[in-house]
Design a protein around this ligand. Structure first.
Ligand code: CA
Length: 234
């Protein structure tokens, strides 16, 4: 049974979230302030953490920063303001996902499930279905699915899990234009709820790492109004 830590200082919100997660079969744990939240988050007992941003004691960004020094546990940030969302999207905060208040319980549960599924796959690559070929290349880029590593001109690149999964998804069908909605559904793993900025930001970051000149990409190209595609060069 997966155990979720809810770090949220508004008791009424925390209670509603816990109630609904339990109904879906999750175990829950709660922390009502930042210090307790960090303490519990560092215990390593949880499969996922829901982390409010504005908290007494220590804010969610600081908790996440300290947590990431030691742990890769999936974290969904819960934001109340547009500025907080912008900060998550604009910086590499280490958050796996975010939801904006007020959120629907259904959406929250769907994201919790998607992030747990994803981290379970990541944690156990040996159990992943066998690939036809462990290594695929395009241009100067090589992707080793066995090692979950991506190389550019033979040098391993530092990619986030999501960036790695994006590359793998594009590699499944080179030269096919893939819509942002499809990426959201297949790579993020949940239904499209109207905000596709996370896709754009992830694609921008991926290009900054992958491309020699991100302004003139040659690996992952944009088809205006339609989506993105991986240029196989063939
Ligand atoms: Ca709060």
């Amino acid at each position: 049974m997966s155990k979720i830590l809810i770090v949220e200082d508004e008791k009424s919100i925390s209670t509603i979230i816990a109630f609904n997660l339990k109904k879906e079969g999750f175990e829950t744990d709660e922390a009502l302030d930042g210090i307790t939240g960090l303490d519990k988050a560092l215990s390593g007992e949880h499969d996922l953490i829901l982390l409010d941003v504005m908290l007494p004691g220590m804010d969610g960004f600081e908790i996440l920063r300290r947590l990431r020094e030691k742990s890769r546990v999936p974290v969904i940030m819960v934001t109340a303001r547009e500025e907080e969302t912008d900060k998550i999207l604009g910086l590499d905060t280490g958050a796996d996902d975010y939801v904006t208040k007020p959120f629907s319980v259904r959406e929250l549960i769907s994201r919790v499930k998607a992030n747990i599924r994803r981290s379970a796959v990541t944690a156990a690559p040996a159990d992943a279905p066998a690939q036809n070929s462990d290594r695929q290349t395009f241009g100067d880029i090589a992707v080793d699915k066995k090692l979950q590593a991506v190389y550019k001109n033979g040098v391993q690149m530092e990619l986030s899990q999501r960036e790695y999964e994006l590359i793998c998804y594009f590699l499944e069908s080179p030269d096919r234009v893939i819509s942002r909605e499809e990426l959201m559904e297949k790579v993020w793993g949940y239904e499209y709820y109207g905000d596709l900025r996370a896709v754009d930001v992830a694609m921008r970051r991926l290009r900054e790492k992958l491309e020699d000149d991100p302004a003139e990409p040659k690996y992952i190209l944009t088809r205006r109004g339609a989506g993105y595609y991986l240029n196989s060069g063939k």
